[in-house]
Design a protein around this ligand. Structure first.
Ligand code: KIV
Ligand code: NA
Length: 263
């Protein structure tokens, strides 16, 4: 397998090859997922929830995402590594976005960044593109807008607004667009309207690719059961069962036994 690049990622759409993306936050997981053949790894600001145990993505800092992005990029041989720009590390101005994204690329070894917004962020997407920093956009449900819009926003169902956001991001130079939690027919229409790949999460089968949050996909998290989520494993049970066995064997004096002891 050749390493995934931004041009190859974009070409997949014209070639009709579906793109796969998963989130990763550390070396061990990034290595496992990369070896298993995923096209791209996103160091998402879901870091705030699934790693840090917070309620939203808002508190994640640039230094924190760089710390995790660096661990992921070090593990990866093939996948395209994309790092989220955290809340308020790009909204202030296009210049702030270039400085934040520049730190991410220089300090982590990742290839690209992602930011939330379409029409609102067009100038910033253009500025990043002009600075030769590949940028992916993210429209539909925008978790960084939770204070402004609430958890489920009306915008997610307005097809004109969503189409305008996606087109504007693509026109400004985004090399791909995440579509989060929008009706499947709108996602299909957007996918047909833009030349760059759309990566869906809760956006139906009409997108050019798919992303899931890895701990959700492997059944490690609890209390998050949206309709779109498919759990491909039940690692939480597997890990807890093994933990109970270990605890009990140590307590009962069954482990370590002779077979696991240096003579
Ligand atoms: O932060 C994240 O994990 C994301 C994905 C849900 C697309 O942005
Ligand atoms: Na994100």
């Amino acid at each position: 397998r050749r390493p995934m690049t931004v041009p190859r990622f974009v070409r997949a759409k014209a070639d009709g090859r579906k793109l796969t993306m998963l989130t990763a936050y550390d070396y061990l997981w990034a290595q496992m997922l990369d070896e298993a053949g995923v096209d791209s790894l996103l160091v998402g600001d879901t870091l705030g929830m699934v790693v840090q145990g917070r309620d939203t993505t808002l508190p994640v800092t640039l230094d924190q995402i760089i710390y995790h992005g660096e661990m992921v990029a070090r593990a990866v041989r093939h996948a395209l590594v994309i790092v989220d720009l955290p809340f308020l590390t790009y909204q202030v101005s296009p210049q702030q976005a270039i400085e934040s994204a520049g730190r991410i690329l220089k300090e982590t070894g990742a290839t690209a960044v992602k930011l939330e917004g379409g029409v609102q962020q067009a100038k910033t997407i253009e500025a990043l593109t002009n600075a030769d920093i590949p940028v992916m956009a993210h429209v539909g449900l925008r978790p960084q807008a939770v204070r402004m819009l609430g958890r489920m926003s009306a915008i997610q169902r307005e097809s004109d607004r969503l189409l305008a956001d996606a087109k504007s991001a693509a026109d400004a130079g985004a090399f791909g667009i995440v579509l989060e939690l929008i009706p499947g027919d709108i996602a299909t229409a957007i996918t047909e309207a833009v030349a760059v790949p759309t990566i869906g999460i809760g956006a139906g089968p009409g997108c050019d690719g798919q992303v899931l949050v890895t701990p959700d996909m492997f059944g490690m998290t609890t209390g998050f059961e949206p309709k779109f989520l498919k759990r491909y494993a039940d690692l939480r049970s597997t890990i807890q069962q093994a933990t109970r066995e270990y605890v009990s064997e140590v307590r009962e004096g069954q482990f370590p036994d002779a077979a696991h002891t240096h003579q």
